[in-house]
Structures are given as structure tokens and as C-alpha cells.
Design a protein around this ligand. Structure first.
Ligand SMILES: Cc1ncc(COP(=O)(O)O)c(C=O)c1O
Length: 440
């Protein structure tokens, strides 16, 4: 199925032989009945195909997994309860205490939190590459115990574009897998696996679902990394559950997904409800239409914002002024996504005024919705970070992040103009007061 728009409505579908239901049914069941002792034994032993319990697998969830794997051009996917769960499963399928993860500096605040507050407590070392465009820095920071390289295809919220092929080459030299969070780009705009990423993760809560109704996450093994000759002893060494065989011997190229599904996802337990899998699948079927439209509107909004004197900076890789523009031309020719940031010269006072005056944008921490959303990161999602970290990652007091939805572009710009007017009026009032005070 070569064309994306065809694959997004058909790939991985399983026809319902019993009733002919055209849409994958919602198999909302905790477990699956066995016909016999032998069938139960066969299913648990893996000798007989079929499901056992929805924490280990479910037909509705499996249909979503096949579709996202197909859209990413990957080998196999695991769907879990949120984007955070996807990152956790992807990483704990690889690393253990004493291992080191090398990540781009500009990553989603929850991912940074997972690294610094979650994984560090488990004895996993995390290091950030200050300038992710500098491949020599990536190379220099790889250590003997590095077990994964990580970055976001489009960073949230700075919109810096990752040089995926460049970092993939560093990962290959180091002999470790390269994980890319492709949430903001989606496989419609960019497939990291085509440029050398080995594992792709998604917050399906965003564009894949698309309607802001459901949390979910997906891990895709692209099939490019050779698990058999990897440094991961839990995949290549003998395993008690596999009667002394290794995951590689038992599952071949599926070793990583088999381990991540049966040990990490199933036993840590961050399961996706089949109902949510169904809702995300509905969203995936219109992905290309939504993302193209949202991305086109985002560019128009970014250009408009750049022309406003109250705005000192616009972070959107589709603008010629953005440092990532050359990478955007290379990796994202169809569009650069629908998340953008802009900084008001008036700092937090101006940001508060702007934020409180919009009427169409919803004041929310979320992205990828059909509705347009606005967030002030420094006082909300990034408030817990040290000021230096905020500054290093471009989160100033005057920064507002927008997620562009499917509304009419003119209506959105009219709403933003309301915000600009509120800032400009306040500036004019201050200027009048200064003039009046000077004249006294
Ligand atoms: C790039 C990125 N990755 C992961 C996540 C986490 O996703 P979730 O909220 O579904 O756990 C987010 C959430 O905003 C995100 O923007």
C-alpha cells in the first residue's frame, strides 16, 4: 500500500469474519476464553496464535498497532496508555541501571521529567547534547555505557528540527539504537525510519488521535537495528521464561518488541484501553487531511505573528528566520507541523495579558487537537524547571505556545490580533503614563 492516504484508512485492518463489521470492533474485554486446556497452554506458551488477557494484547489494539507500524514504515508496534508510557516502554525495553542515554537538549518537558526524575532514580544516567545540530558533540558525548540516542523530530515547544540522518549515523557508529519521538511531525510529514531512526515513539494523544479526547502512545520498531549483535544481554542472553533460550533465539527480529511487550508493557502495565485504541484508530484515518491543513494554517499564523512589532521572536521551523529552516526544507517539505511558539517583547506581563484576552484559542496544555490551543510554558508545564534550564531550552517569560487546529485561519488570526491589541493598548497606557510623569 504505497500511498499514505490509502494506508491510513486500510493498512493492518482485519476483516471481521463472524459478522462482517467494516470497522474494527471494540473488543472491550479483560480476557479471552479458551476452548480447552490444550488451547490455554498453547496460547500462554506462544505455540498457538490468539489472545490471553488484554494487558498482553487485544484485537482492537493490535489493529491500531499494525496501522501505525505501516504508516511509519516499521516492522511492528506496541500501543500503550499514553505518550509517556510509550517513552517509558521504549526505553525500559533497552536500558537498565548503569546504562547511559544521550538525548537532544530540547525535548518535551514531560520527557525531561521522565529522564531526570524517573529514570535517574533507577540508576540510569541521562546526558543532554547542548547543540543537537552539532554531530561532533553527539559523537563526543557517546560513552562505553551509552545504550540509546534520543531526540524529537520536531522539538516541543521550540520546533527545532533534528538532523535524523546525522544522529542516526552517530548511533550506528556507536552500535546503539536511535529513538525518535515523532509526535509533532506525524508519519504524514516525516518518517524518521526513512532517515535511519531505529525506534519511533508517539504520543497518540496528539495528532494520531487528533480530537483531544483520548490519551495513548505507540512504540514502533523500524526493524533496522540488529538485536542479535547488540550489547543488550537481556535480549541476547539466556532467559528463564524462554527455557534458557534468548529473546533473539525465540523471536528473531521481533526480539525487542517481544521483550518490551511481554516484560515491560505487560508487567509494568501501562495498558491502552481497547476503547481508546478504537478512538485513536478513527483519528488516524483522517491524519493526512488534518495535519496538512493545520500545518498550512500554522505557517500563515507564524508569518502574521512575525510581522507584529510586539513579537520579538517566532519559533516555527517553516519560517526562513528559524535556525532549523534548512533542516525543515530537507526533512519536512510538505509542512512543518502545527505547533509554534512566539515571544512577546513585554515578557510575562504581556504574555498574561495576551493569554487572558483570546476568545477562540483554548487555554490548555495539549497539542494536536482539532481546536486551537494556547499555553504559557514558563508558568505551567515548565514552571518546575530551573530558570537556567528554561533559558537554555528557549522557554522565556514572554513565550506563548500555540497548537493550531482546524478553524478558519482568518478567525484564528483575528483572535491573535485581539491578544496583540491587549498588549499594545497596555504598552500605550504605560507610555502615556511615562510621558505624563515626565511632563509633571
Ligand atoms: C513530544 C511529546 N512526546 C510525548 C508526550 C507525552 O504524551 P502523553 O501526554 O500522551 O503522555 C508529549 C505530550 O505533550 C509530547 O508533546
Amino acid at each position: 500500500m504505497s500511498e499514505f492516504s490509502t494506508a491510513q484508512v486500510h493498512a493492518g485492518e482485519a476483516r471481521d469474519a463472524a459478522h462482517g463489521a467494516r470497522v474494527t470492533p471494540i473488543y472491550l474485554t479483560a480476557g479471552f476464553e479458551f476452548d480447552s486446556y490444550a488451547q490455554a497452554e498453547g496460547r500462554f506458551g506462544g505455540d498457538e496464535p490468539g489472545y490471553t488477557y488484554s494487558r498482553s494484547g487485544n484485537p482492537t489494539t493490535a489493529a491500531l498497532e499494525r496501522r501505525v507500524a505501516a504508516l511509519e514504515g516499521g516492522r511492528e508496534a506496541i500501543a500503550v496508555g499514553s505518550g509517556q508510557a510509550a517513552l517509558t516502554v521504549a526505553l525500559l525495553g533497552l536500558v537498565q541501571a548503569g546504562d547511559h542515554i544521550l538525548s537532544a537538549q530540547s525535548v518535551y518537558s514531560g520527557t525531561r521529567g521522565l529522564f531526570e526524575n524517573g529514570l535517574r532514580r533507577l540508576g540510569i544516567e541521562i546526558e543532554f547534547v547542548d547543540d543537537p545540530t552539532d554531530l561532533t558533540e553527539w559523537r563526543r558525548r557517546v560513552r562505553p555505557n551509552t545504550r540509546a540516542l534520543f531526540g524529537e523530530s520536531i522539538a516541543n515547544p521550540g520546533t527545532d528540527i533534528l538532523d535524523i540522518a546525522g544522529v542516526a549515523a552517530v548511533a550506528r557508529e556507536a552500535g546503539v539504537p536511535f529513538i525518535v519521538d515523532n509526535t509533532l511531525a506525524t508519519p504524514y510529514l516525516l518518517r524518521p525510519g526513512d532517515h535511519g531512526a531505529d525506534i519511533v515513539v508517539h504520543s497518540a494523544s496528539k495528532y494520531l488521535g487528533g480530537h483531544g479526547s483520548t490519551l495513548g502512545g505507540v512504540v514502533v520498531d523500524q526493524g533496522s537495528y540488529d538485536w542479535a549483535s547488540s550489547p543488550f544481554a537481556h535480549l541476547t542472553g539466556p532467559d528463564e521464561w524462554l527455557e534458557g533460550a534468548s529473546y533473539v533465539e525465540a523471536h528473531g527480529a521481533a526480539a525487542y518488541t517481544a521483550f518490551s511487550r511481554s516484560v515491560v508493557a505487560s508487567l509494568f502495565g501501562p495498558v491502552l484501553s481497547p476503547l481508546n485504541a478504537f478512538l485513536i484508530q478513527q483519528g488516524v484515518e483522517t491524519l493526512s487531511l488534518r495535519v496538512q491543513r493545520q500545518s498550512d494554517t500554522a505557517l500563515a499564523v507564524a508569518r502574521w505573528l512575525e510581522a507584529q512589532p510586539e513579537v520579538s521572536r517566532v519559533d516555527y521551523a517553516g519560517l526562513e528566520s528559524h535556525p532549523s529552516y534548512p533542516l525543515a526544507l530537507r526533512y519536512l517539505p510538505k509542512g512543518q507541523g502545527a505547533v509554534l511558539g512566539f515571544t512577546l517583547a513585554g515578557g510575562s506581563v504581556a504574555a498574561e495579558r495576551f493569554y487572558d484576552s483570546v476568545e477562540l484559542f483554548s487555554r490548555m496544555t495539549h497539542i494536536g487537537d482539532v481546536r486551537s490551543l494556547i499555553l504559557h510554558p514558563a508558568s505551567t508545564t515548565h514552571a518546575h524547571l530551573r530558570r537556567e534550564v528554561r533559558e537554555e531550552t528557549g522557554i522565556g517569560d514572554g513565550l506563548l505556545r500555540l497548537s493550531i487546529g482546524l478553524e478558519d485561519p482568518d478567525d484564528l488570526i483575528a483572535d491573535l490580533a485581539r491578544g496583540i491589541a491587549a498588549v499594545a493598548t497596555a504598552d500605550a497606557t504605560v507610555a502615556d503614563a511615562v510621558v505624563a510623569a515626565a511632563g509633571r
